[in-house]
Design a protein around this ligand. Sequence first.
Ligand code: RIB
Length: 308
Amino acid sequence: MSGKILVIGSANTDMIVQVPYIPRPGETILGGTFSTAPGGKGANQAVAAARAGGQVTFITRLGKDMFGDNALQGYHNDGIDTSHIIRDATAPSGVAMIYVAKDGENSIAVASGANMNLSPGDLMKAESALDSADILLMQLEIPLATVETAAAMAYEKNIPVILNPAPAQELSEDLLKTITILTPNESEAQLLTGIPVRNHIDAGKAAKALLDKGVKTAIVTLGGRGALIVDENGERLVKSFEVKAIDTTAAGDVFNGALAVALALGKMLDEAVRFANAAAALSVTRLGAQPSAPHRNEIESFQSKLKA
Ligand code: RIB
């Protein structure tokens, strides 16, 4: 394995308002601070994987607008192969409106724009990118048919697939059977299995149900409590690192990007999850999605400080 990751997914520009708390429906609150940052779950994963040391190819659709231009420039700056990115003249680039509360929690609404035009046909034209990948990494902010097609193609070619089922939606068993590692959070695990997930014991039950549906390994991310791995070797909790959260936006994306790289570079699963936990912990100490993704040297020095 040489650390080659193919990420297929969404790209957004995030419009962030930091607020004391998330406003309730019908409520207006003053005193916020505004900023913009590159985001989108797919792009966040691609950037996180590149900074964690992967050779990343990213497939997405961007509008032919300023947001798309800026996003593309950012991917170049992170050394990502953008040769399969499509500029879409028929739809604007994706945009996300994000509230970030004082405790680091967030609330997000996405205008998907060009992301929802990324089609199975687009993937056929980019098959060479899949052929040279060690791992395919995806999420669910693009059409489900595209995710299903990519996963089926990778399965046929024996390329491991990591699917982060976010935002949550129901998935067919045909798709789940093609997934090597599924990485839901607690609410996504609940939606996918119908099992109420309130703690890590419930998370273990939901993860086992996902294995029964054909997933090889389920990793349920539990925020500050860590990540629960369930596979053929049983169940274990890999604890997270204690940090003060400023903004939890994209913590899951950073976890997935770092996990993919660690595995593609040959780390064993539990060690790869520890590396991904460290990357995600660092990311929540910083504002913004892609600005928060740490570089490999930062992750390694964070891990070694905690070991010392
Ligand atoms: O996971 C965080 C991301 O979700 C944000 O960057 C936003 O763009 C939405 O896609």
